[in-house]
Design a protein around this ligand. Structure first.
Ligand SMILES: [Fe+2]
Length: 303
């Protein structure tokens, strides 16, 4: 655990991370335009970010030329910010795998091991950890059999196919590691825990949540999506079943299923995450602010 890679300079305990998810636009021009607008807005803020976290569904669809075009443009746009980038796979990164059985993951393939990028070391890893401002961060994306003739993949944090190698004991070991961490822990995924919106199946294996976990960030359940996120379509702060810890839905960048183009900025202070602010990049305005772990967190409720 002590050898965990640092995302931010060791010893730096305060700062900001830009967290985004669900660009999820199949038309390349639209996707690149929406991400470009968000990057321009983020770069113009007074906030100096020390990293970007992309929580998945950055790509969608099965047209491989289009996927490559969006992937390369996204890499260029995010690298223009000059800070480390974390990338997780979501359910739509599995679109080609689901339809054709082929491992086509353009952003992952271009960024695994690329300087300045942090993602799972292998396609079949079910988590990876980094240190950020003194907090231990556990990232959990979708994943897949790395073999060209692989027999399984995980989409919606649910196993499809045969031969999945990570059983209950794998998840129990991760939960024990998190529970034994000497640092505060933040968990991050494309998916919510049960209690949140459109929760994933595998992530539920981390419950009961270790007391070291301060909060959880996720995407997938696009805010304002009246088709797939109907129950509380505008509620970004939700409980985690069995705990008093809150989880936060930071999606979505796309501007079709949700009204606006939203991301979040996460502030760390003295080694712990303390605040999350959501922003609409179309209206160029802050939408909500939540005090993590604090009482009376919601500043401007809209649900
Ligand atoms: Fe998703």
């Amino acid at each position: 655990m002590s050898n965990t890679t640092h995302l931010t300079p060791p010893g730096k305990s305060s700062g900001w991370i830009w967290v985004q998810s669900d660009l999820q636009l199949a038309q390349p021009g639209r996707a690149i335009s929406v991400l470009g607008n968000a990057v321009q807005d983020a770069a113009g803020l007074d906030i100096r970010i020390d990293g970007v976290w992309c929580l998945g569904d950055a790509l969608c669809g099965i047209r491989e030329d289009d996927l490559d075009e969006v992937a390369m443009a996204s890499i260029d746009l995010l690298e223009s910010l000059g800070v480390p980038v974390v990338y997780l796979l979501g359910n739509h990164e599995m679109d080609v795998r689901e339809k054709s059985g082929r491992n086509v993951f353009p952003i992952f393939n271009h960024t695994a091991g690329r300087p300045g990028w942090h993602t799972q070391a292998e396609l079949d890893d079910f988590f990876f950890e980094r240190m950020c401002f003194g907090t231990r961060v556990c990232f959990m994306g979708d994943h897949a059999d790395r073999r060209p003739d692989g027999t399984w993949f995980v989409q919606h944090h649910r196993v499809a196919g045969e031969g999945y190698p990570h059983d209950d004991s794998s998840w129990n070991r991760l939960r024990d590691e998190i529970a034994g961490a000497v640092e505060p822990v933040l968990t991050v995924s494309h998916y919510a825990y049960p209690g949140g919106q459109r929760p994933g199946e595998l992530i539920a294996r981390l419950l009961p949540l270790p007391a070291t976990v301060i909060t959880h960030l996720h995407g997938h359940a696009h805010i304002g999506d009246m088709v797939w996120n109907r129950e509380h379509p505008y509620r970004r702060e939700n409980p985690i079943d069995g705990t008093t810890v809150k989880q936060y839905n930071i999606s979505a960048l796309e501007d079709v299923r949700s009204a606006g183009s939203h991301t979040a900025f996460l502030r760390f202070e003295n080694g712990v995450p303390v605040e999350i602010r959501t922003r609409c990049h179309i209206e160029r305005r802050w939408v909500e602010s939540f005090s993590i772990g604090g009482a009376g967190a919601r500043v401007s409720p809209n649900d």
